[in-house]
Design a protein around this ligand. Structure first.
Ligand code: R5P
Length: 285
């Protein structure tokens, strides 16, 4: 097995290869003057399976992924296992209005054509996987998140909405602390309303977990509701730190004591590694 890192996941791919003790190659990717992508896998051939680790976000990374896969096939790889740490367009998983595409399904269709197995991490909705005809698995980042916070004095784990409460339960159970969820209403792409917290968080050190932070609107509102309810400290750990515009700075300047994410997207806040859970899955074949 050989692990190939795309430009979105340089450090993560190297870490996965190190854990597995297998060869690692970084795809040599550049852009032509007009912005088109050029990539090369600097090797004569590939025997056995190739694991390609690359995000489909932002859009340019998807094109790089397609080109890497074509190069890998031309080098003779037996099978392509595609690890997509952050799967873009996952939130457009249904037609909210007539005339819209089902973007998540479109992305699944593309991946289905270029690889033999897909590994994702904390997909926004697990049912998105139904659109893959090949072998697929969605890994959960709850384990590395809980390991990171073990012994750090967290009293309670909360999710910002009921949809993410299974994640809060998973992390809470692993830490041996109670879990609950807040009530969120989305008002627009950047604004949310969080109802006053019903959970008893007075005097508690709370950890909020979510699949992703995009604008930061959800987490800023959640942290404010928790502080209002008497929480002594609020940390947030998300799987995918998308952090659009200056979201990370806004979060760091808010009521939160700490903002962390996993390295599915490599950011200055990516202190929690998913390399271990990816390697564990790849060992299964
Ligand atoms: C929504 O259901 C997701 O789980 C996240 O809570 C949401 O996408 C975060 O977006 P933002 O940071 O823009 O509020």
């Amino acid at each position: 097995m050989i692990v190939i890192g795309g430009s979105s996941s340089v450090g993560l791919a190297r870490d996965v290869a190190d854990i597995l003790g297998c060869e690692f190659i970084q795809a040599s990717t550049t852009r032509f003057p007009d912005g088109e992508c050029y990539t090369r896998i600097e090797r004569e051939s590939i025997e056995g399976d190739a694991v390609v680790i690359q995000n489909t976000y932002p859009d340019g990374n998807l094109v790089e992924m397609l080109l890497i896969c074509d190069a890998v096939v031309s080098l003779g790889a037996k099978r392509i296992v595609m690890v997509v740490p952050y799967f873009g367009y996952a939130r457009q998983d249904k037609q909210f209005k007539p005339g819209e595409p089902m973007s998540a399904r479109v992305m699944c269709g593309i991946l289905d054509r270029i690889c033999d197995k897909v590994v994702t991490i904390d997909l926004h909705k697990e049912s998105t996987l139904d659109n893959f005809s090949h072998e697929h698995v969605d890994l959960k980042a709850a384990k590395p998140i809980a390991e990171y916070f073990k012994g750090k004095g967290i009293d309670m784990v909360l999710s910002p909405d009921v949809g993410a409460s299974a994640r809060a339960k998973d992390v809470g159970d692993r830490l041996g602390v109670p879990y609950d969820h807040l009530e969120k209403t989305r008002l627009s792409g950047t604004e949310v309303r969080i109802a006053p917290a019903k959970a008893d968080c007075a005097g508690k050190r709370v950890l909020i977990v979510d699949d992703m932070i995009s604008t930061g609107g959800t987490i800023i509102a959640a942290a404010a509701a928790l502080k209002e309810a008497g929480a002594v400290s609020v940390h947030v750990a998300c799987t995918h730190g998308v952090f659009v515009n200056d979201a990370l700075n806004r979060l760091r300047g808010s009521a939160l004591e700490g903002v962390l994410c996993c390295n599915t997207i490599e950011t200055p806040a990516s202190e929690i590694s998913v390399a271990g859970i990816i390697a564990e899955e790849l060992r299964k074949g």
